[in-house]
Design a protein. Structure first.
Length: 72
């Protein structure tokens, strides 16, 4: 999946999560080359629904999973 495709899917996912009153979601993008992780990080930095972004703990996937806290 390209970064553009992923950002479109993540944008829709975040909208659905907010409508479902979710406060935290996890985005599993894998390790790979890191391009998808970096591209999504840039996208999430400016997303209006996002309050913070971090990675999952190492024993639960580490940098292969981005944890997003949503604004309430």
């Amino acid at each position: 999946m390209t970064v553009e495709e992923a950002t479109q899917r993540v944008d829709k996912f975040l909208d659905e999560a907010a409508l479902a009153n979710r406060t935290r979601v996890r985005i599993i993008h894998g390790h790979g080359t890191g391009a998808l992780r970096r591209g999504l990080a840039e996208f999430l930095k400016t997303h209006p629904l996002v309050s913070s972004v971090s990675f999952e703990s190492e024993d639960h996937g580490g940098k292969a999973i981005t944890v997003v806290d949503l604004r309430s």
